[in-house]
Design a protein around this ligand. Structure first.
Ligand SMILES: *[C@@H]1O[C@H](CO)[C@@H](O)[C@H](O)[C@H]1NC(C)=O
Ligand SMILES: *[C@@H]1O[C@H](CO)[C@@H](O)[C@H](O)[C@H]1NC(C)=O
Ligand SMILES: *[C@@H]1O[C@H](CO)[C@@H](O)[C@H](O)[C@H]1NC(C)=O
Length: 184
């Protein structure tokens, strides 16, 4: 009887602790979603900004605009690297000569975009040189245009237009957020 009572009270205590943990977790998540929304609302594409930032779990822990801008910048690096990988993974032997040539241009553009972001943008951001960071992000975003044009020139449908779009979206969200820091 004693042990039964003890285990019931232990069960109740655990249940209460679990409830408390759950509700505080919900409150924290709510508070941070609110911060993301409020910050993204200052950019010119609120919905895209929220959609992009929430793909990174760290965004929920961000408490400053600087944190969110850094996360968005990191995301552009992930995207540029991912695009290099996607292009590398395409079977070159199955492509026609003009297409393989266009893909080589895309690969070069995204490789250069990766370096511009990893080498220049990150250090400029860390130094608080936001206008320079913006110039570097803008350069990196240009990879999507370079790639698109390479296929346009040969009159072929680009097999990688979806990664070009992702690059444009991620770079513009990062630019928008870094722009919020410039004005301060
Ligand atoms: C977004 O900004 C507008 C003003 O620019 C404001 O009226 C609105 O309440 C804001 N929304 C949120 C969710 O912060
Ligand atoms: C990055 O920005 C710096 C400062 O504006 C500039 O000197 C450098 O050429 C830029 N690099 C790239 C790749 O955009
Ligand atoms: C929105 O932001 C992008 C990227 O910073 C910029 O190129 C564009 O001109 C902006 N549009 C408006 C309407 O402010």
């Amino acid at each position: 009887m004693q042990t039964a009572m003890a285990s019931v009270s232990t069960f109740i205590a655990m249940f209460i602790i679990m409830l408390a943990a759950m509700s505080s977790g919900i409150l924290v998540a709510y508070a941070n979603t609110e911060f993301i929304s409020r910050t993204c609302n200052k950019t010119n594409n609120t919905a895209l900004c929220i959609a992009v930032l929430t793909t990174k779990p760290q965004s929920a822990h961000a408490s400053t605009e600087h944190d969110l801008a850094r996360i968005a910048l990191e995301l552009t690096i992930d995207t540029a690297k991912h695009n290099v990988k996607v292009i590398n993974d395409l079977d070159k032997k199955k492509q026609s000569k003009p297409k393989a040539f266009a893909l080589a241009i895309c690969l070069k553009a995204y490789t250069e975009a990766t370096s511009a972001l990893e080498i220049y943008a990150v250090s400029n951001f860390q130094m608080g040189s936001y206008p320079s960071t913006l110039a570097n992000v803008s350069f990196a975003m240009g990879a999507s245009d370079t790639c698109k044009k390479a296929f346009k020139r040969i009159g072929k449908e680009s097999p990688v237009s979806y990664i070009d779009r992702e690059m444009i979206e991620h770079c513009s969200v990062a630019s928008n957020l870094i722009n919020l820091l410039v004005r301060k």
